[in-house]
Design a protein around this ligand. Structure first.
Ligand code: RB5
Length: 144
């Protein structure tokens, strides 16, 4: 995997998966900024989406990974930030196309809807796939 800093965060529902994905990232040589949560106590997913959005904005990280129970709430929250393109991915094909076509900068996973091996596959694909540019850049420009 290329060298980049990754900001990772989850709510309580995604905590266990976050820990597993953090291990994968560290073992792959990435710098990882773990922005919480730090246990199973109930928390609110927008707070963690906002933390990853801030890390991307201030240059702490170039990519983000967010996890909640379904991945839905935390992706809605993340995409309220104009500089974030968060893609909830259910398999490696989603992750590949999110990079190739959407230049997604945040991968979102659902801990209750995706198995751990699938989540790991999504992370590897997301971090190793380049944006195709061209007609896709024109479409992304229209998002702004
Ligand atoms: C928490 O119970 C759950 O609602 C949250 O993790 C997420 O699935 C929301 O979209």
């Amino acid at each position: 995997m290329p060298q980049k800093a990754i900001a990772i965060a989850s709510d309580h529902a995604g905590f266990d998966v976050k820990e597993e994905i953090k291990t994968l990232l560290l073992n792959s040589g990435y710098d990882v900024a773990d922005l919480g949560t730090d246990g199973s106590a109930s928390v609110d997913y927008p707070d963690f989406a906002n933390a990853v959005a801030e890390a991307l904005a201030n240059g702490t990280a170039q990519r983000g990974v967010l996890i909640c129970g379904t991945g839905i709430g935390i992706s809605i929250a993340a995409n309220r930030h104009r500089h974030v393109r968060a893609a909830r991915c259910c398999d490696a094909t989603d992750a590949r196309l999110a990079r190739e076509h959407n230049d997604a900068n945040v991968l979102v996973l659902g801990s209750r809807t995706s198995g751990l091996e699938t989540a790991r596959d999504c992370v590897r694909m997301f971090l190793n796939t380049a944006f195709e540019g061209g007609r896709h850049q024109r479409r992304i420009d229209k998002l702004a």
